[in-house]
Design a protein around this ligand. Structure first.
Ligand code: ACM
Length: 265
């Protein structure tokens, strides 16, 4: 399967411009699975709940999910992308999975980061995995990576590839994801954004780029630069993610001893 990401500088509050950038980026040769950043259509640094309310949308019945469904159908691809979701009075940091047949599913971020806690409700979907014709796809969003339980839960639920929309500002994730993949024998596609957002004084956020595709053998198959807007893709062999055997004696999942973990993790 050919999987990839589009790393770019999101324009705050300008959905149409962000849609345009994505359309242009995949006009030539889109991967079968395309991962886009967290909040890819709206930007990250919200100043008030009113601002979130203005930009958030229901999913799947909102213009961002409709844009993604349209693109999936047109280009015959699957897409995982982060969006600001509104559900009645609650706002969620969510991601949707769309495919050639339309909307497939939605995940709401479990572990909110920093000022997201001011505006968003912690996700209530739990970690989800979808069986698609290109493979079993699970989703986690950005800061979820720092909790090893996120990737572990997805892998135990059968994910072969973890789509990871992100707006990373801390420096650690690019070096950690190969280990998340190694310990769970899955692939991961981290789609980060670039650029600086400073919508209030003394609070500039610099996004670290370095989107990447990492393998069950802890390889970095491709990594983007810190500042470039770029579409990257790699061929991934899902057979490698299905086989949890390290050797004749160690199956990574069968060798777990959950009786000694219960109550602690
Ligand atoms: C993050 O979760 N956006 C760092």
């Amino acid at each position: 399967m050919r999987a990839g990401f589009f790393q770019f500088n999101t324009v705050f509050g300008n959905k149409q411009e962000n849609f345009r950038k994505i359309r242009a980026a995949i006009s030539a040769d889109p991967p079968e699975l395309l991962v886009l950043p967290e909040f890819f259509a709206v930007g990250y640094q919200f100043l008030s709940k009113e601002e979130v309310a203005e930009l958030a949308e229901p999913a799947p019945d909102g213009e961002t999910t409709e844009f993604l469904v349209g693109l999936s159908k047109e280009r015959n691809i699957h897409i995982v992308a982060g969006l600001a979701e509104r559900d009645k009075d609650a706002f969620y940091n969510s991601a949707v999975l769309t495919g050639p047949e339309g909307f497939i599913g939605l995940y709401r971020k479990t572990h909110l980061f920093f000022e997201e806690n001011l505006f968003f409700t912690p996700g209530n979907t739990g970690f989800r995995v979808w069986e698609t014709k290109i493979g079993r796809i699970g989703i986690m969003i950005c800061f979820d990576w720092l909790f090893p339980e996120s990737a572990r839960t997805l892998a135990l639920k059968g994910a072969e590839v973890i789509a990871h929309p992100s707006n990373l500002v801390l420096p650690y994730c690019p070096n950690a994801m190969p280990i998340r993949c190694l310990e769970n024998r899955v692939y991961a596609i981290t789609a980060n954004r670039i650029g600086i957002e400073q919508r209030k004084e003394d609070a500039a956020l610099t996004f670290i780029g370095q989107s990447q595709i990492t393998s069950p053998k802890a390889e970095i198959l491709v990594r983007a630069g810190v500042e470039e807007e770029v579409l990257h893709a790699a061929d991934i062999d899902l057979q490698l993610a299905r086989d949890k055997r390290l050797n004749k004696y160690n199956d990574l999942f069968k060798a777990r001893r959950p009786e000694f973990y219960n109550g602690w993790i």
